[in-house]
Design a protein around this ligand. Structure first.
Ligand code: WT7
Length: 647
């Protein structure tokens, strides 16, 4: 398309990068023509205890969905991320921790990381955690969060990290779903100068759980917290009782590494399950090639470990590559909107990976906050989580990166384990707003709503024609739901849930979700979850939730609420409902707009017509589509005339 800007790869980048365009084309071709050969070779990038002899064994047949990679190999993920670096990189910094307070930071070398993780693993073992057990990790962004994950991997326990911003209810649901008997948390978290009562939230959550759990608590603030001596353990006391020698457990490539809950279009969040070998091969390889990671680079991904980005690109990918990875406890605008760039300067960060929502917020704060910092260490910028609008891309490129650093716009999902579509910085010319081309082995396709493939230029539903090693293996405890959600819509393919356009150069432009999932500041949410939180309120009879375009958050949350007979809406109730949803799910689910509706648009069979609700929320009344199937067309007039202005 002629109106699209093109930023060609610079000469300097062609020289420095692992692959240029010709090499990309060649490797890509090899990867899809001979996956066994390609991944058999690249599978050797990690250390195996018993080398694999089989590479790919996958089926997308809905009667028998089965995904296995390197299935007869054995390894230990933690040993790959820690022990194997001791000989050559023992004194290299593995983790730079930057606290919420700008005066707080520390360096952890690979040798120190090894000792910490071994002790942590021994604490888990001493308290009864065994191979295959699920451990819930509800932590702030402190090094102990990474120690906990790696300690689980070391002993073969399966971790389930729950984002520290989730409510006690959300935490309880996730503990129950995977029947986890061990929770790792902190007394409190610290973010933007405020404390978050993680231990108190955990206590609250456990009241709803089966009982018999143990809670291991990291001392972060040292403030008083409620304590149950029959259940609660201080990490600093427990580590004193154990040795720092803990041999890594030999695990099969297909043994589970972690569960991570994510939202879908229906029902409760589902436990996305990732396994060991393929996941580590894929995350380490994408981390190397997409970020063009070289040995001495300082690498910073600003995500939280509670999301998959934190798993794959703060912890596992970078550490498997022996990188220095920065863990940041704070937020982009504390003490002020210069913080990211001050941290870049302080630690001489080379590779910086963040989310469009943060870029837009900082862009809104003004260029001065950026320009008063140096940023000369930066060589590469990245984004993830939602489509980046070209204005934000340009600002990131010109103002933050001073036109030196390519931007890798990385498209992927919790389910994909690692990056599937992204430019490689030395190979692919960039277009602002496009995630560009697939990574090695990744075969995207577009299909129309009937499942017919759209070739060449066009727009449709984004599917993947074949598997890659980092793909999720199942929904924990519910393989049928896995098959139903991803493999039953467009037969023979993995359905991503995203819409997408392909341009004349074959570049992919993600247009956003096509299901009932919304993306609020890069956080994924099922509209059904917000609806069930709302209807749990005693004054609410019915609720329908949709996304609408929001300047900063990408999408905002628009709620249509019908009250119980006799209840009257007012501002106080609106505030109350907002608080209610925050309490039920967490602050990230806070409704932006609540519109009271005497009735919702329904078909005669009682199905809510969300298409109409979306149009009204988007302030686009021109095309409400066919309303003739509505049971009561007058409800639409009421909704239109009472539309609430969002942003
Ligand atoms: C959804 C997945 C993968 C880490 C963070 C989110 C959207 C993600 C991009 C991008 C356009 C993107 C998609 C996807 N998304 N990255 N670069 N461009 N959209 O993981 O919570 O599983 O959400 O985020 O809609 O399906 P997640």
């Amino acid at each position: 398309m002629s109106d699209e800007k093109l930023y060609p790869v610079t000469e300097a980048w062609k020289k420095r990068a692992f692959v240029d365009r010709a090499q990309y084309d060649e490797m890509y071709k090899a990867s899809v023509e001979d996956p066994d050969g390609f991944w058999g070779e690249h599978g050797k990038r990690i250390d195996w205890i018993k080398p694999f002899t089989r590479v790919k064994n996958t089926s997308y047949d809905p009667h028998n969905v089965s995904i296995k990679w390197f299935e007869d190999g054995t390894l230990n993920v933690c040993a790959n991320c820690v022990d194997r670096h001791l000989e050559t990189r023992g004194d290299k910094v593995a983790i730079i921790w930057e606290g919420d307070d700008p005066d707080d930071h520390k360096h952890i070398t690979y040798r120190e990381l090894h000792a910490q993780v071994c002790r942590f693993a021994n604490v888990l073992k001493a308290n009864g955690v065994k191979k295959g057990d699920r451990v819930t990790i509800y932590m702030p962004m402190v090094p102990e969060a990474a120690y906990a994950m790696l300690a689980c991997a070391r002993i073969g326990a399966v971790h389930s990290v729950v984002f520290g911003g989730f409510s006690p209810d959300s935490l309880a649901g996730r503990i129950q779903d995977c029947d986890s008997k061990f929770v790792v948390t902190a007394d409190e978290g610290v973010r933007g100068g405020r404390t978050i009562p993680l231990k108190a939230n955990t206590d609250e959550a456990l009241k709803k759980c089966a009982g018999g759990e143990k809670v291991l608590v990291v001392r972060r603030t040292g403030n008083d917290v409620p304590w149950d001596p029959s259940r609660d353990l201080w990490l600093h006391e427990e580590t004193e009782k154990v040795s720092d020698d803990c041999p890594p457990e030999e695990m099969n490539a297909e043994d589970p590494l972690f569960i991570l809950y994510t939202s879908g279009s229906t029902g409760k969040p589902k436990g996305v399950m990732h396994t060991s070998g393929g996941y580590l091969v894929y995350t380490s390889m994408t981390h190397q090639y997409v970020f063009d990671y070289h040995e001495d680079d300082i690498y910073w991904c600003t995500a939280d470990v509670g999301w998959v980005t934190g798993h794959s690109y703060i912890v596992y990918g970078p550490l498997a590559n022996g990188a220095t990875t920065l863990i940041f406890e704070g937020v982009p605008n504390y003490p002020d909107a210069s913080r990211f760039w001050q941290v870049v300067d302080k630690h001489k960060v080379n590779i910086f990976y963040t989310a469009p929502t943060a870029i837009r917020a900082l862009m809104g704060a003004g260029d001065d906050y950026v320009k008063k910092t140096d940023r000369s260490s930066l060589t590469l910028l990245g984004t993830v989580g939602e489509p980046i609008n070209p204005e934000a891309w340009e600002w990131y490129y010109h103002v933050v990166g001073e036109e030196r650093s390519p931007i890798v716009d990385t498209w992927w999902q919790t389910e994909t384990g690692g990056i599937l579509i992204s430019p490689l910085p030395g190979a692919i010319d960039q277009k602002p707003g496009s995630a560009t081309l697939p990574f090695f082995g990744v075969q995207p396709a577009l299909v129309d709503n009937e499942g017919n493939e759209i070739k060449g230029e066009g727009q449709g539903n984004l599917v993947m024609l074949d598997s890659w090693p980092g793909q999720m293996r199942t929904v924990y405890g519910d393989h049928d739901r896995f098959v139903q959600t991803y493999f039953s819509t467009y037969l023979g393919t993995y359905f991503t849930g995203d819409g997408c356009r392909r341009d004349a150069d074959g570049y992919y432009w993600i247009t956003g979700r096509v299901d009932d999932v919304i993306n609020v500041s890069g956080h994924r949410m099922g509209t059904a979850e917000v609806e069930s939180a709302l209807v749990a309120h005693p004054k609410v009879s019915e609720a329908a939730v949709v996304g609408f375009p929001h300047d900063l958050k990408g999408q905002g949350i628009y709620c249509y609420v019908t009250l119980m007979a006799g209840e009257e809406p007012d501002e106080a109730l609106t505030q109350e409902l907002r608080q209610w949803v925050r309490k039920e799910i967490g602050p990230i689910a806070s409704p932006d707009v609540i519109q009271y509706a005497p009735g919702l648009p329904k078909t005669r069979s009682g199905k809510i017509m969300r298409r109409i609700l979306r149009k009204i929320a988007e302030d686009d009344f021109s095309n409400l589509g066919d309303t003739s199937t509505l049971a009561d067309p007058s409800v639409v007039d009421n909704l239109v005339s009472n539309r609430q202005g969002g942003r």
